[in-house]
Write a protein of this length. Structure first.
Length: 626
């Protein structure tokens, strides 16, 4: 077998095994620009084949936003946590393997490693404590925690407490009753006078076998201020999806509800599954309902293609062209309609993508559903790069969600929507944290905690991709047992409104009953900004230890910035300096008190890079030796 990558021979291909297969690595040359490479494979007895390889930058660095991140404590990478008692650092899959499902697998907010307090086999008493986090007196902050709490058996206590170096403490969270699946806790934190650092302490206690608590992605942020009641949006988009024949609900409830709102949107998006199957008659019924409900009053109407538009026996090409014609999309968005872009009210970039093929005769309604050409993917990559460079938020519409993201994406039917496109699409999303990805398809109720999520494709990233699901105009669903789903009787149809303000995009989900729209909930997504306080790039830690009967203070500082830093560590026991600490590297040192006992204290740490100085502090506890 031989292979060529853009005409260059690939070496080191082993001979085929007895079953006729072989495996080999392909190295992308350093400095290769983003785009596509052609891998051609041939040889004796080998049917020639050419594969397209997508090349991405791999950059997943965060961006400055109007909601600065003060500290991020995920459980991948740096050792930011101390687990006491039986708290463990694990993964969701390992927890399920050890203790079974019982809804543990539904913690879709978790990525990579997480912390778990598991008491299903007996009593539990332990704390999970963060490192000391530098803060400033008077700060008004917010702690955010991805949390999955299941109540079983005996009574249990679950708390989150903030402990300040000034001696004060505050209980931020205390579980009351009931399960709390795949939630994000948002807890206000006021820093008292005299405080310079805080630790976060998760506590879980039960006298006998009981439930479990998994946590991940702990953030400390400087939150957005409340939106003024009289604030007027700079851009508005109304959104619905998954009609699938429920045309009366669309024409009599959803569309009149949107048009009855005080602020009128100029753009409406139908995010896939306009019809139950791709017949001309189904489109005619949908279009009649859209017109009857006032849909034609929107200056711009956008439709994305879902999976149901491909259902039937006419073939992908017929169904694709029928969608473009019947939905009136060929002249919308500048790319022929299946994918495209508009600038809403001259302010908010709105992009959409759509699958180009689906073989219903072969797949009969099962995934994967997405098939993107290199042309479409390359266009998306270029447009996202452009808007990221312009420091703008982007609404990206795709009918299909990512696996293990919003509600219901842990069940088998919703885990394989993207197929061969999954890797390159998710990697592209990880490069663009300014994107709000609007998805549909699941029909799962927005009453659930993970209607919207911050989805971290790389678990070490402080910033996640914001994902929102649109529910459905037709039947809504919710969980049934571990892996199933069930319809929710009597639930009103759902729609979402996106509203751009100076400092945020507000995504609000509504139910549309006979009396009109009722807000269920909203999420405020910060927008990119260039003049906000940068995150701390020096990561410092200190601990007191006994060596030879004397108390020492050990300190370490990691440079998490992107340039070398001259680091200075000052304490009551002396000063140490380190020149040119490289990005990603750490320095460690110790201070000998020459005493048997020392009181609690702090180290002042500074780092100078490119003429700028960052200062932070870290504390250590009192210690008596011997």
């Amino acid at each position: 077998m031989t292979a060529e990558l853009d005409g260059a021979a690939v070496s080191g291909i082993p001979a085929a095994a007895a079953d006729g297969t072989t495996t080999f690595d392909v190295t992308i040359p350093a400095g290769t620009q983003e785009g596509f490479l052609r891998l051609a494979i041939s040889g004796d007895g080998v049917a020639p084949i050419a594969l397209s390889i997508s090349v991405l930058s791999g950059e997943s660095a965060g961006i400055a936003t109007t909601e600065p991140i003060v500290w991020f404590g995920g459980f991948d990478g740096a050792d930011d946590w101390t687990a006491g008692g039986d708290w463990a650092i694990s993964t969701r899959d390992d927890v399920v393997d050890a203790y079974g499902t019982d809804r543990r697998q539904a913690f879709t907010r978790a990525t990579g490693r997480l912390a778990v307090a598991e008491s299903s086999t007996g009593a539990f008493d332990g704390e999970l404590t963060s490192e000391r986090i530098p803060v400033s007196a008077g700060d008004e902050l917010e702690v955010r925690v991805d949390s999955h709490l299941r109540v079983r058996g005996a009574a249990q206590s679950a708390t989150l407490t903030a402990r300040f170096d000034s001696g004060e403490s505050a209980v931020l969270f205390e579980h009351a009753a009931g399960d709390q699946e795949s939630a994000q806790l948002r807890l206000p934190l006021s820093v008292p006078s005299g405080a310079r650092s805080v630790t976060l302490e998760f506590g879980f206690t039960t006298p006998d076998a009981a439930g479990s608590w998994m946590v991940d992605n702990v953030l400390l942020v400087r939150p957005l201020a409340p939106l003024a009641e009289d604030a007027t949006a700079d851009a508005l988009v109304d959104i619905f999806s998954d009609i699938q024949g429920s045309n009366a609900r669309l024409s009599e409830q959803v569309l009149p509800g949107f048009r009855g709102m005080a602020e009128k949107a100029n753009v409406i998006v139908a995010n896939g599954d306009l019809v139950s199957a791709g017949s001309t008659a189904n489109y005619a019924a949908y279009k009649a309902a859209f017109t009857a409900g006032g849909g034609d009053s929107y200056p711009t109407s956008i439709s994305t293609i879902g999976n149901h538009e491909y259902y039937g026996n006419d073939g992908s090409e017929v169904f694709r062209n029928r969608f473009l014609d019947q939905a009136g999309m060929r002249t919308v968005g500048g790319q022929g309609g299946l994918w495209g872009e508009v600038l809403v009210d001259g302010r908010l970039p709105l992009l959409w993508v759509g699958s180009e093929a689906y073989d219903y005769a072969k797949q009969t309604g099962s995934g994967p559903f997405v098939d993107y050409s290199d042309e479409q993917f390359g266009w998306l990559r270029e447009r996202l790069a452009y808007w990221k460079g312009q420091n703008q938020p982007v609404l990206l519409f795709t009918h299909h969600p990512l696996a293990d993201s919003v509600s219901g994406t842990y069940i088998t039917f919703n885990r394989n929507d993207y197929g061969a496109d999954a890797e390159r699409f998710t990697r592209l999303m990880s490069e663009n944290p300014n994107v709000i990805m609007v998805t549909s398809h699941t029909h799962w109720s927005p009453q659930l905690n993970d209607w919207s999520v911050e989805h971290r494709i790389d678990p070490a990233d402080a910033q996640g991709l914001t994902m929102v699901n649109t529910g459905a105009v037709t039947t809504q669903y919710g969980p049934s047992g571990d892996w199933g789903e069930a319809g929710i009787g009597g639930a009103d149809p759902i729609g979402v409104r996106a509203a751009l303000y100076d400092d945020r995009v507000r995504m609000t989900v509504y139910s549309f009953g006979a009396a009109g729209p009722t807000e269920i909930k909203h999420i405020d997504v910060p927008v990119p900004a260039s003049d906000v306080e940068p995150p701390h790039e020096l990561h410092a830690a200190a601990t007191a230890r006994c060596i030879g009967g004397k108390a020492y203070v050990y300190a370490s500082v990691e440079n998490r910035g992107d340039a070398p830093a001259d680091v200075t560590i000052e304490s009551a026991l002396g000063t140490k300096a380190f020149a040119g600490v490289a990005p990603g590297r750490s320095v460690s040192t110790s201070f000998n008190s020459r005493q048997k006992a020392i009181p609690a204290g702090e180290l002042d740490v500074s780092g100078e890079r490119d003429g700028d100085t960052e200062r932070t502090t870290t504390g250590y506890d009192a210690l008596t030796c011997g």
